[in-house]
Ligand binder design. Structure first.
Ligand SMILES: Cc1cc2nc3c(=O)[nH]c(=O)nc-3n(C[C@H](O)[C@H](O)[C@H](O)COP(=O)(O)OP(=O)(O)OC[C@H]3O[C@@H](n4cnc5c(N)ncnc54)[C@H](O)[C@@H]3O)c2cc1C
Length: 405
C-alpha cells in the first residue's frame, strides 16, 4: 500500500466515524444561497459539530501548517481528502474569505506575529472576514481607491476615513482586510493593506437589499476607524503587491481549501447527477443519454471542466513552489466562472419546469438549490474582477501581448 493509499483509508475511516450522519448526501444543497435558512434545527447543530471536529483535526484548512491550526497535508493528500468527502457528499465544514483569501495571503506576506494571531482563529471560524477593496469610484480600476489612512500622533494607530462598497458578508463579519490610501502622490505605490476589527464605533455597515430579499453585501463607512500599526500587512505603501497576491488566491480558489473549481463536474461529484438528470429527461439507449446533441454538449462541458481542474492543480503546485499565485490565476477565474454558467444553464435545461422552483412547501431542495445557485452564480463573472479585466490581465501579464498606447 502506498502512503497515499494508506492516507485514503485513514481519512475514509475518520470521516465515517466523525462526520454527523445527517450531513452525508447534503453537500451541494447546503452550499446554495438561502439553503441554510431552510435547514432543520438538528442539521444546523450537526453543522456546528462538524465544524468543531474538523477544526480540531486541522481539516478546515487541510494544507495549512499545523503550527497555525491547519492539517499540514500535502496537496495530494488534500485531494484524496476532498475526494473522500465528495464520495460521502459531505459539505465543506467551513467556507469564506478567511480560508480562501486572507489566510493564504498572511501565509505569504504576514509576519510571524500576524500568522499566530489570525490563522488559528480562521481555522476555527471564530474570525469571519470580509473584503474592503471596492469603493464607489474604484472597482475595475481598483488602484484609484481613496479611503484614506493617517498615522496618529503617537505612531501607534492608523485612523481611517472613507467608504467601501459591495462588502460581501460584512453584516456577519467581525474582521475586514482592506486597502487604504496612505500616500496621495503615487497611485499604486500609495496603497497599504491592513486588517481591521469590524466591531468598533468607527465602522458602520448598511446592507444592500437585493430583489431576492437577501442582503449578501453592504456599504461600509469608516469614520475615524482605528487600525493598529501592527495590523498592517507588508510594507506601508506596499499594499498593492499584497493585494495582487490576495486577488490571485481569490481568482484561483486555491487557498488551501482544496475546493478545486473543476470538482463540480467530475464524474464523482456533480457530473454523475447531470447524467442521471439527462437520462431522466431525454431517455436512455444502451445505458447512454438518448439525445446525441445533448450528449455532445455534456461531454464537451465535462472535458473542459476536467481540463481546467487538472490545469488548476498543476498551477497550484507551481504557485506553492513559487510562494504564491501568479497572473495565470486570471485564466482560472475567468474559465471557472464562465464554465459554471454553462453548467448551470445545462442543469436548468435538464430539470425543465423543475427549475422554476424558488421556495415554498413541497419545493424539492435540489431544484431550489439549482435555481438559486444559477442566479447567484451570475455574479461570479463580476466579483474578484470582471471577465473583461481578467482578459486584460491574461493578455498583458501572461501572454505579454502588445498593449494599446
Ligand atoms: C456579488 C458581488 C460581490 C462582491 N463582493 C465584493 C467584496 O466583498 N469586496 C469588494 O471589495 N468588492 C466586492 N465586489 C465588487 C467587485 O469586485 C466589483 O464589482 C468589480 O471589481 C467591478 O467593479 P465595478 O462594479 O465598479 O464595475 P466597473 O469597474 O465600473 O466596470 C463596469 C463595466 O466596465 C467594464 N470595464 C471596466 N474597466 C474595463 C477595462 N479596462 N477594460 C475592459 N472592460 C472594462 C467591466 O468589465 C464592467 O463590465 C463584489 C461584486 C459583486 C457583484
Amino acid at each position: 500500500m502506498t502512503d497515499l493509499e494508506a492516507f485514503r483509508s485513514e481519512a475514509a475511516q475518520w470521516l465515517d466515524e466523525n462526520a454527523p450522519k445527517s450531513l452525508g448526501g447534503r453537500g451541494m444543497q447546503m452550499m446554495a444561497e438561502g439553503a441554510a435558512d431552510q435547514e432543520p434545527s438538528d442539521v444546523r447543530s450537526d453543522r456546528t459539530k462538524w465544524l468543531e471536529v474538523m477544526a480540531k483535526k486541522g481539516w478546515t484548512a487541510p494544507t495549512w501548517p499545523t503550527e497555525y491550526g491547519g492539517g499540514g497535508l500535502t496537496p495530494q493528500q488534500n485531494r484524496v481528502l476532498q475526494q473522500e468527502m465528495a464520495k460521502r457528499k459531505l459539505p465543506p465544514p467551513l467556507m469564506g474569505m478567511g480560508l480562501s483569501m486572507i489566510g493564504p495571503t498572511l501565509l505569504v506576506h504576514g509576519n510571524e506575529e500576524q500568522k499566530q494571531k489570525y490563522l488559528p482563529k480562521i481555522v476555527t471560524g471564530e474570525h469571519r472576514w470580509c473584503q474592503g477593496f471596492s469603493e464607489p469610484n474604484a472597482g475595475s480600476d481598483l488602484a484609484s481607491l481613496a479611503c484614506g489612512a493617517k498615522l496618529d500622533e503617537k505612531g501607534e494607530n492608523y485612523i481611517v476615513n472613507g467608504q467601501k462598497i459591495w462588502t460581501s458578508g460584512a453584516q456577519a463579519a467581525n474582521r475586514m482586510f482592506l486597502l487604504v490610501r496612505t500616500d496621495d502622490s503615487s497611485k499604486h505605490n500609495g496603497i497599504t493593506f491592513c486588517l481591521a476589527d469590524m466591531k468598533q464605533p468607527g465602522i458602520e455597515i448598511r446592507p444592500i437589499r437585493l430583489i431576492s430579499g437577501n442582503s449578501p453585501f453592504c456599504e461600509t463607512f469608516l469614520t475615524d476607524a482605528v487600525v493598529p500599526v501592527d495590523d498592517v500587512v507588508g510594507p506601508v505603501n506596499g499594499g498593492w503587491t499584497v493585494a495582487k497576491t490576495l486577488l490571485g488566491f481569490e481568482r484561483s480558489g486555491m487557498g488551501g481549501t482544496g475546493a478545486s473549481p473543476g470538482r463540480r463536474g467530475s464524474p464523482a461529484a456533480g457530473g454523475n447527477r447531470m447524467i442521471e438528470l439527462a437520462k431522466a429527461s431525454a431517455g436512455e439507449v444502451d445505458g447512454k443519454v438518448a439525445d446525441g446533441a445533448l450528449r455532445d454538449e455534456m461531454s464537451k462541458l465535462m472535458i473542459d471542466q476536467m481540463a481546467l481542474s487538472l490545469t488548476t492543480q498543476r498551477s497550484a503546485a507551481t504557485a506553492k513552489a513559487k510562494g504564491g499565485p501568479g497572473p495565470e490565476t486570471s485564466i482560472f477565474k475567468m474559465a471557472t466562472s464562465e464554465l459554471g454558467h454553462r453548467r448551470d444553464e445545462l442543469m436548468l435545461k435538464l430539470r425543465g419546469t423543475g427549475s422554476l422552483y424558488w421556495e415554498g412547501e413541497g419545493a424539492p431542495a435540489e431544484d431550489v438549490a439549482l435555481t438559486r445557485g444559477w442566479l447567484s452564480a451570475k455574479a461570479t463573472t463580476i466579483y474578484g474582477g470582471t471577465s473583461e479585466i481578467q482578459r486584460n490581465i491574461v493578455s498583458k501579464r501572461v501572454l505579454r501581448l502588445p498593449q494599446p498606447k
